[in-house]
Design a protein around this ligand. Sequence first.
Ligand code: SF4
Length: 331
Amino acid sequence: MDLIPIPDRQAIRSVRSAKPIRSPYQAQGYLLEREPLEGGRTAACATYFLTGSECRFTCSFCDLWKYTINTQTPIGSLARQIESLHHILQSQGERFDWLKLYNASNFFDPYNVPIEDHAGIASACESASRLVVENHAKLTSSTQGLRWIRSFQQMLRPKLEIAMGLESIDPDAERLMNKLMRRSDFEAACDRLRECGIAVRVFVILQPPGTEPGKALDWCVKTCKYAFERGAERCSIIPARQGNGWIDRLEEQRLWAPPTLPLVESTLRAALENLSATGRIVSVDMWDWESLKGGCDRCRKILYDTMVEMNFEQRAIPREACPFCEPAENS
Ligand code: SF4
């Protein structure tokens, strides 16, 4: 994949589409789902998609900038968004144990989440038993970053979990990610969080640019294994997707293709076969599954249902090959 030039911030941003205008007082929405736990148990989980300022990093595959504003997140706006989503869920009689606050950037960057808001956010989240926030490994392992994390942890009643993007340990993918972190940053971040009793969730991308499609499954499983060895409690596999501009250019030039639905399903099965003995949780992010291509009208729903079941049960579930679109692969 040497054909793909290593992108920098300017190259990635220059091919973006127009950014939608967002209000920092209006959340993007919420999602209710069940998070798999060990032993086939699940936790009711709400994810709040909050609107704030854009992430200071510009990872080449990331489309989260579309959900951000161009200025610093105003003080008080995130707590207001959280309260208004609480109100919506309460009015619908919905309850949850875990809460994820996803702000399309970094929770421990004061430009994204003002430090003055930490106490208000902690107080708005006190009914949850676990609170999950996202943060870049570099902002997690730095001395100042860790100080803010520990201070926020002390304000919290729920257990804190920090989700970090490792994405891939395939060197061909790493060189194109513009992630601006080294493996040592990720390892240091995992060590610091473990020392503080903070749970670690890791995002792993399936088939990012640079990874050969025939090796995507292997690299994804290797990346999850690496994350578990560094102390992650759970890995969430995210199929690489179109839509951020740079990645779409690669697709147009036939230098990258999105993973297919059958590949996503096979990858989850392989990850569970190889890693379930670790006792850690590995699941596929199903949020955008309908946009995945592949499979036929007869088997797409079966693939989806099998993945949902594997996510919950945390074991590889055998599936008959589809006689219409997979006869050669699985016979
Ligand atoms: S650090 Fe996360 S939010 Fe920021 S650009 Fe990279 S993937 Fe996107």
